[in-house]
Design a protein around this ligand. Sequence first.
Ligand SMILES: [Zn+2]
Length: 70
Amino acid sequence: MPRTKLQGVFVYCKCGNEMCGDGSFVSDDYDKFGNNHVIYKCKKCGLESDYNFDIAPVPISWKDIRNKDF
Ligand SMILES: [Zn+2]
């Protein structure tokens, strides 16, 4: 599935680095439950982040999803 909808999306690391524009993107996959996992590894601080781009118009961190207990 082409990710054209990602154009114009900004993903910010905890350190403030914008990861869409600097090549921090790692992978865009689905797990066995059909959940979207878009992985970014920050070029500046090395922190790896796992996002879901499917459930909202903006990327939601899986950490936040799990904390909200959907
Ligand atoms: Zn960072």
